[in-house]
Each structure stands twice: as structure tokens, then as C-alpha cells.
Design a protein around this ligand. Structure first.
Ligand code: HEM
Length: 267
């Protein structure tokens, strides 16, 4: 059987990177006045030349196509992965990747904080037909300002080696209603399982810009924004996606830590 251009690690079928992004997860060693002052200063420096997306609401801005969104966690957790412990995050986007390498937040913060960076890239949808576009993308929630859509959920994840061993055509079935080949029963698939969130949860999918199945990296970073009243919808959608009877795709998902916080104007 023709297996397209896949070579088992998914990288044969990699899409083109259209927009690059970097998530900077910052964990302050001591959350005191000195550390916060240093953080504020670092934030001001890295934001130079980037359009602050706090008031971004989907309308293309004419000032810059490079954006920055500052985020703050209400209750960072004590853990050593550099993600859940992060009280502060900056999310930067640009079409010109070297711009992101110039961001020297680690050096600017010095000893007051540790920083974990995760790179991502927007790509064209890979499994979306015209019909799926009509269903899941055309009515999708538009970006709102940070006042209206204050909540952010960032969930990095990877797929298993077995997922990437399948051809793109085999993989695409998991996003549509289909018959689960393991149980022989009808499954709604990813898009219909997530239907409740289409109009209320703003979503972005960032691919690892350097390829999939890379050691100690994630294949994807999923990013969501929503209003307070829709946080519950997000939980319902995430639970529906995790239900392998409705969404057999999740058998192949390795979830990373889920970071939650709020959009803020500055650190
Ligand atoms: C809110 C409603 C959601 C809708 C309508 C939706 C719909 C979709 C669609 C149509 C795709 C296929 C994109 C393509 O053609 O490449 C996709 C991909 C993906 N979605 Fe969702 N999704 C939703 C929520 C979520 C949530 C909550 C998560 C994580 C918990 C998630 C994780 C992913 C991932 C990781 C992919 C990429 C999978 C891959 O390429 O193997 N989605 N989603």
C-alpha cells in the first residue's frame, strides 16, 4: 500500500511552518519585590517591537505582525518541570523565526528566575476537508480581548510512535465520525466530540517547528482562550476528547502538564 511520504516518525508529512511562536515559562525562585521588579523590567525589554496582544481581538493590526501576550498563573504549583511551576508566561509570535532567538529573557532575569522555552509553529490544517472546515473552523470562536477572554489554557502534548507509523490518510479518519477499528462501534471522532467548544473556545494549534517525536520535546502545544463562563465548557470538551469510546484518537495521545492562567497587560 502506498503510505504517502510518511517515514514512521511523522516527519515525512510535515507541513510548512507559517508563523513561529515561543512560549516562555518563567518560574521565580523567590516571589519577592526584587524579583518582580526584575521581571517587569525584563518584560518591558522583550516586548520591544512586538504588538501587545492583550487588546488583540482578531482584527489584523497594522503596527506589527509580531505579537506578545503576557500571562500570569493564579496559583503556580510546586513542581520541577518548569511549566506548572511557572507563575508567568510570555507568548511571542512572528513570521521570522530568528526574531525569537533574540529574546534574551533568561539573561535579563539572571538568578531571580528559571525559564523554560517551548517553540511552536502554526501550519495549515492537515486533516481538514471542506466539510470539516465548515463544521469546525468557519463558526470557530473569534479572538476577543484579554478583558473578555481572560482565561488561558496551554496543554503541550505528543502522539505515540504508533500514531506516527500510520499514514496521513489513516490518521485523518480519527477526526471524523468513524467506526472504531478496535471495538467495532461508532465513534464521533475528535471534531464532533469537541463540538461544544467550537463557538466559545478560541483555539490555536502549534506544531513542533522542528518535527515530531523529538526526544524531550512535545509534538504540539495546544492553546486556548475563553471567558470565565466558558471554562466549564472547556472541561467538558477536554473530557469528551479523553473518552476513547467517543474519540479513539486519544489512545495515541501523551498529554503534557496543563498550565492555566490569565491574560495580563504586562508582567
Ligand atoms: C474546542 C473545540 C475543538 C475543536 C472543534 C477541535 C477540532 C480539531 C480539528 C478539526 C483538528 C484537525 C486539524 C487538522 O486538520 O490538522 C484538530 C487537531 C488537534 N486538536 Fe482539536 N479541537 C478542539 C479542541 C481541542 C482540545 C481541547 C485539545 C486538547 C486537549 C485539542 C487537541 C488537538 C490536537 C493535539 C490536534 C492535532 C492532532 C494531530 O495533528 O495529530 N483540540 N482539532
Amino acid at each position: 500500500m502506498q503510505r504517502g511520504t510518511d517515514n514512521g516518525d511523522g516527519n515525512g508529512a510535515r507541513g510548512a511552518n507559517l508563523v513561529y511562536s515561543k512560549f516562555l515559562f518563567v518560574t521565580l525562585r523567590d516571589d519577592d519585590a526584587k524579583a518582580r521588579a526584575k521581571l517587569r523590567e525584563a518584560g518591558t525589554c522583550i516586548a520591544r517591537g512586538f504588538f501587545n496582544d492583550f487588546d488583540g481581538n482578531g482584527t489584523p493590526n497594522t503596527q506589527s505582525n509580531e505579537t506578545i501576550q503576557f500571562l500570569g498563573a493564579s496559583t503556580p504549583r510546586l513542581c520541577n518541570d518548569g511549566l506548572l511551576s511557572a507563575g508567568y508566561v510570555a507568548h511571542l509570535t512572528t513570521r521570522y523565526r530568528p526574531r525569537l532567538d533574540e529574546i534574551e529573557v533568561e539573561r535579563r532575569l539572571g538568578r531571580v528566575a528559571s525559564v523554560r522555552a517551548i517553540d511552536g509553529a502554526l501550519q495549515a490544517p492537515r486533516y481538514t476537508s471542506a466539510a470539516l472546515h465548515e463544521f469546525a473552523f468557519k463558526p470557530a470562536a473569534e479572538r476577543q480581548s484579554g478583558h473578555a477572554n481572560a482565561n488561558v489554557i496551554i496543554l503541550p502534548m505528543s502522539k505515540t510512535a504508533d500514531w506516527w507509523k500510520m499514514s496521513t490518510l489513516e490518521r485523518h479518519a480519527f477526526f471524523y465520525p468513524h467506526v472504531d477499528r478496535w471495538t467495532g462501534t461508532a465513534a464521533t471522532g475528535h471534531a464532533v466530540a469537541a463540538e461544544d467548544g467550537i463557538q466559545t473556545i478560541y483555539r490555536r494549534l502549534y506544531h513542533n517547528p522542528d518535527g515530531y517525536q523529538r526526544p524531550n520535546e512535545y509534538d504540539f502545544v495546544t492553546y486556548f482562550e475563553c471567558a470565565d463562563e466558558h471554562l466549564q465548557t472547556f472541561d467538558i470538551v477536554r473530557q469528551a476528547l479523553r473518552d476513547e469510546r467517543r474519540n479513539p484518537e486519544w489512545r495515541f495521545v501523551i498529554e503534557g502538564p496543563e498550565w492555566r492562567g490569565r491574560r495580563i497587560l504586562r508582567w
